[in-house]
Design a protein around this ligand. Sequence first.
Ligand SMILES: Cc1ncc(COP(=O)(O)O)c(C=O)c1O
Length: 297
Amino acid sequence: MAPKVRPGIMDIAPYVGGEADIPGIARPVKLSSNENPLGPSPKAMAAFREAAVELHRYPDGGAERLREGISRRFGLAKESIVCGNGSDELIALLTRAYAGLGDEVLFSRHGFLMYRLSTLAVGATPRAAPEKNLATDMEALLAMVTPATRIVFLGNPNNPTGTLLPHSEFFEILKCCAGQGTYCVLDESFIEFTSEISFVREAIRQSRLIVVRSLTKFHALPGLRVGYLVGHRAVASRFSEQLEPWSVNTLALIAAARSLAPGGAAGCTCTGAYFGLTPLTASKTAACRIAAYRETT
Ligand SMILES: Cc1ncc(COP(=O)(O)O)c(C=O)c1O
């Protein structure tokens, strides 16, 4: 008898990407996948081209140099940082590491699609909390935390709704997760499009908080696939043990490190407004343009 597909796998509908071709338009920007129309940093692209001569070598295993760059940029210990093949891979691996059959993974109703798919893939039960006005309803979410909840995913800002979580509510959810021994995974893949502070520094202090970030949105490197997470040193080091040794390729590592280095990022935060990601005010948009300009010069 042929081996059976694991429970949950058959519940995953194949991903159907948005339209990528428009008759008469040579190179359309695919907003359904949040492509940054401004493209990546010219410095990152130059680093990418130079790195082509290294293709006969395996990538920097453990993403040592990129992690050093992230650590310098945010003033975090390198041991608290783990890089992955896009934040998607990190979301999938976090779910695989902490949830399985009989466990629950919680997120809000319009949370990013991968929270649900990763949960089904490991045979755990996805639980979607109702929202209020398309935003996380903290009370409804907390009411659904049970002893079986292994992870609570929070998108900040969330995709596709573009909503932000008030800090007081975030800390309330985190307190509940810590009390239950549940991981709170804060997905900051789009944080640069807002004027919000990142919680990466909080993540190194809190053993139940993991922050996920991406180089594919603001830094406009979706074709290379690179993201990272920040967590308590012990959690990050244990988690990194399950990574494939070379999951992030050489070109991605080098371009990402250059984009994150001082003066590296050319992505413009006001593109968030195109995507309707965040309700940016005119003054915030102007501030974002200035910040992006400073980054590139
Ligand atoms: C909220 C959110 N998190 C994570 C991701 C995954 O991004 P990537 O794997 O490209 O880093 C996406 C992609 O659209 C997203 O919308």
